[in-house]
Design a protein around this ligand. Structure first.
Ligand code: ATP
Length: 585
């Protein structure tokens, strides 16, 4: 497919923020694509619509091209001085928009004098796969002279692009391609465009939750149709989207789940999805990326103590003291990520694996089986040891029993508890935050009983002791329907000097000159950021507030708790959850 057609699609999508219009635009696009029979780049189109180069279950390749080099390429290409381009960039705040502006202006000037030749917008249009192979070449170009080589490749691409195409090309290269459509909207567009019926979105979404690679799902739908989509199953090597827990006031948990129900410790570690195929063990993070290399010790525990050939299990890995008697907080576990020699870290920071679910056993799917059956199967196949066991759980018949178990969980160093339904319909709901799992993390003395995860979108310079670092950050929550980050609160307390230093460095990579398009925020910070880094905060109470009118809620007395390295920006607390928290506090 021609990149030109995709650039036009992006441009149309960016021209509206109405979800229904976006669905229609996407649906028309997919319908035409289906009729054209041009299926070569289906998967790439899907990823690019998600604002990614590759599937979200794969590590994106590092193109390794600095903004300075892009400005140089643009300058050579357009004949406009780099200093002028930088000026425009500061005003526009986006490299793609800057390029489009410079090239369109240049084209206008040129056409006044020269009608015959137009090197800034010739008729040679790039194919999408040509861009991918150029990017692939850039990502493997290393060593001396590599900058020149990359510059050459980039200029080659630019020569074949119109101003509009250059806008999106540069955004792709700088990983800032976001056209503001959420994955749910893309799924709606696919349902309507390919099957002619929006109702099929439900099945396509279910398939996507079990196989969260939008490229594969799009290809399957277009090439094989709905029957294939309905057949999508959990499979080895492909992480499935995690089931998540909701919140309700603790007094209402028993009403929601019915009596009795099970309560489990909510461990303060990192979630792992474990895929065991014979002796091959793969571990996936909550963000669905493979992290087996970080936990060679966990792979060994699984290999030696899971008494079945093949299985997909879920559990939490937790830092332990050297005697395996005490669970240590998440902060200790997160030190592992910063160390290079993981083998030594296994001794320095030992971990334990606490299992809580099973999704597949050999070829038998467990996700549609009720929770008690899943837990029973898990008990049968695990050889419990200090370093690998099932998470502690208890059958609960009353709120008093629940509170007692909760206090015990907290005393043992857990975050709290997760209450789980044991009814017949208590299946594993992949990718869903429903009411079959309810979490309870006590934060005594506060109205707001739970913490909130916010993506950092802006910051204010610190003063006095905090000179040189940021003193206050703005945190935003996520709206999956609009794919936007809504400013929620300023956070100025709870930081240690070490964290402030660390964050200042970390956030440098995400600095932007203007408010990013996927951010709603009425505050004007000293520095804007692309929403990438997530932190956990607690607060006194969620209030209805006009501090951030777009969301309409804010947090009183927010206090930083920790950086959530295992969460991506889209895993931040959602706007709906904030409303729910507000109504239940
Ligand atoms: P949080 O911010 O509270 O960790 P989350 O957004 O990551 O939550 P939730 O649905 O709120 O996800 O809570 C589920 C998380 O709790 C899981 O991702 C997992 O890491 C962790 N967890 C700890 N113990 C358990 C357990 N016994 N069962 C399920 N999840 C558990």
């Amino acid at each position: 497919m021609k990149f030109k057609d995709l650039a036009e699609l992006f441009s149309k999508l960016e021209s509206t923020n109405k979800r229904l219009e976006m669905i229609e635009i996407l649906s028309n696009f997919f319908q035409n694509l289906k009729t054209s029979g041009e299926f070569d780049d289906l998967d790439k189109i899907a990823y690019l619509l998600q604002g990614q180069l590759v599937s979200n279950i794969k590590q994106a390749p590092k193109i390794g091209i600095a903004e300075k080099m892009i400005i140089e390429a643009l300058s050579l290409h357009s004949g406009v001085e780099s200093s002028k381009i930088k000026e425009v960039l500061i005003k526009k705040g986006d490299i793609g928009v800057t390029a489009e502006y410079i090239l369109s202006k240049k084209k206008k000037q040129k056409s006044l004098f020269d009608f015959s030749e137009n090197s800034l917008n010739n008729n040679v249009s790039l194919d999408i796969h040509e861009i991918y192979s150029a990017l692939q070449r850039m990502s493997i170009t290393e060593g001396s002279g590599s900058n020149d080589k990359k510059l050459g490749i980039l200029r080659g691409l630019m020569r074949k692009c119109s101003a509009l195409e250059t806008k999106y090309l540069l955004r792709i290269i700088t990983s800032t391609l976001r056209v503001g459509v959420s994955t749910l909207t893309i799924l709606d567009g696919l349902a309507l465009g390919i099957t002619g019926d929006k109702i099929n979105r439900e099945y396509i979404e279910k398939a996507y939750n079990l196989h969260p690679d939008l490229g594969d799902i799009t290809r399957m739908l277009v090439e094989e149709g709905m029957d294939a989509i309905k057949q999508v199953k959990v499979s080895y090597g492909i992480p499935i989207k995690s089931m998540l827990a909701s919140r309700v006031p603790y007094g209402e948990i028993i009403e929601k789940l019915g009596s009795p129900f099970k309560a489990e410790y909510k461990l303060d570690g990192e979630r792992l999805q474990i895929h065991k195929r014979g002796n091959k063990i793969k571990l996936f993070s909550r963000r669905l990326l493979e992290i087996s290399d970080q936990y060679p010790d966990v792979c060994k525990f699984v290999k030696n103590n899971v008494k079945t050939e093949n299985a997909i299990l879920e559990g939490e890995v937790v830092a332990m003291d050297v005697f395996y008697e005490k669970m240590l907080p998440f902060q200790v576990l997160s030190r592992r990520r910063r160390k290079y020699d993981v083998k030594d870290v296994s001794k320095e920071i030992p971990v334990g694996l606490f299992l809580f679910d099973i999704l597949l056993l050999d070829n038998e799917s467990y996700i549609d089986k009720p929770f008690p059956l899943r837990r029973k199967k898990l008990e049968e196949i695990i050889n419990e040891k200090d370093e690998i066991k099932l998470v502690e759980s208890k059958l609960i018949h009353s709120t008093e029993e629940l509170l007692e178990f909760f206090q015990k969980a907290r005393k043992k160093g857990n975050e709290g508890i997760i209450a789980k339904s044991i009814k017949e319909d208590a299946v594993y709901q992949a990718g869903n935050r429903g009411f079959l799992w309810i979490k309870m993390k006590g934060l005594e003395g506060r109205k707001l009983k739970d913490s909130v995860d916010v993506a950092l979108i802006g910051a204010f310079h610190g003063r006095g002791r905090r000179k040189g670092v940021y003193g206050t950050y703005i945190g935003a929550v996520y709206d999956p329907l609009t794919d936007k980050f809504e400013a929620f609160t300023r956070v100025a307390s709870g930081w240690t000097d070490e964290i402030m230093e660390f964050l200042k460095k970390e956030m440098e990579q995400h600095e932007v000159d203007k408010k990013p398009k996927n951010v709603s925020c009425e505050d004007i910070p000293d520095q804007w950021f692309h929403p990438k880094v997530v932190i956990e905060i607690i607060g006194d109470e969620i209030t209805i507030s006009d501090k951030f009118p777009s969301l309409g809620y804010s947090l009183r007395f927010p206090v930083f708790q920790r950086i959530r390295t295992e969460k991506g920006p889209k895993d931040a607390t959602t706007t709906d959850e904030i409303k729910q928290l507000h109504s239940t506090q």
